[in-house]
Ligand binder design. Sequence first.
Ligand code: SDX
Length: 436
Amino acid sequence: MTPSDVKATLSFSDGSPSMELPIYKGTIGPEVIDIRKLYGQTGKFTYDPGFLSTASCNSSITYIDGDKGELLYRGYPIEQLAVNCDFLETCHLLLYGELPNVEQKSSFVNRVTHHTMVNEQMHFFLRGFRRDAHPMAVMTGLVGALSAFYHDSTDINNAEHREIAAIRLIAKMPTLVSMAYKYSVGQPFIYPKNDLSYAGNFMRMMFATPCEDFTVSPVIERALDRIFILHADHEQNASTSTVRLCGSSGTNPFAAIAAGVACLWGPAHGGANEAALNMLEDIQRQGGVEKIGEFIGKVKDKNSGIKLMGFGHRVYKNYDPRAKLMRETCHEVLNELGLHNDPLFKLAMALEKIALEDDYFVARKLYPNVDFYSGIVQRAIGIPVSLFTAIFALARTVGWIAQLNEMIADPEYKIGRPRQLFSGAAPRTVKPIGER
Ligand code: SDX
């Protein structure tokens, strides 16, 4: 964080004393005006519900340029990582700041691989849920419950504890997500197999049964690994900000990540992939491509409350680069699986084309985001719709824990405690109940 030569001056039209505010610049992207002394000197807060103009932290992990549609993990464009790396290399990059060399990758993969099992007691925890519980309800519980098993390593001020918690969370999320799925279909849990890749191991835990050998499809393995890379981190989005705020109280990392899982579940955030696929299936049921015009009309009618799920983004005012890569993956997987005539994929591309030519979307700079195509790919490889967001959480866990650890390692960090503009009742006196 480099001080700028330029200062901001805040002055008041009533002649109140003005104040000078320092400006800081990062490596790339918008500069920040440091308002930390504002309240102390003026008695006033800034007001920014939804944080549209607020930088909550100084981070070196992920950079997004919303106007260009650019996404960098530790400086590397997502397009290059998605093609040249696998998910565990990307995890190493997000956690430690550099892509691993051969030895570092082998050691990291070995550490993650040997933490994939969960305590057998977790099986009993699952039994408390109804079989039809939403997987995100189960995941919120399971991830929080991990706190109960690692009393030996939850001192967040101990860098080794922070690192082993990161390894455990990255390693165990596929096991937990597949357990949530197996429980929902009444099948036995499948234990991790250490000679498989991260994505291959997840596929096997999801779809293998004790009754026969399971062969991982390289096409699906690669597609899933790319889905994980594309969802790994995304700057200070709602769930990452939740993890940071939760972790700022000093709670253990498992509890903080559980808070992130809960936040991601919302349809405006990670729940959009499930909502986008359900939206496509609804349009398909009602008539498919011919019904797109009618549906877009409902979306443009504010009173309908209907949004084009998988479209729009708080930061991207251009095409989400992940959506482009997801559409390519969609194309590859559907072709490889002989589903190139998948009606839902054709419907999604027709909907995208129409929306991108419609003034309503153009004026509001609404483009497809990561969630628009991810559901089609996941459905094609056999993932049930209700599990889409749990897979988003699986992939995002590395981003959450990298951001949490970055915050805690910063000696300047404090507990997050925003203030408010109060518009409620002025002080008043309680009357006896007979006089109310
Ligand atoms: C993710 O933050 C991240 O980085 C998130 C994420 C990540 O990796 O962590 O990228 C993952 O959450 C992607 C977003 C997934 N959500 C959806 O696809 C749900 C549909 N999208 C919308 O809910 C919305 O676009 C948001 C929530 C994503 C962004 O909302 P903003 O930034 O608050 O924008 P807004 O609601 O103020 O919208 C501006 C205008 C409004 O119209 P007007 O009031 O100006 O007339 O655009 C309209 C909105 O009504 N609008 C949409 C729309 N999204 C915005 N209209 C129709 N369909 C949509 N999808």
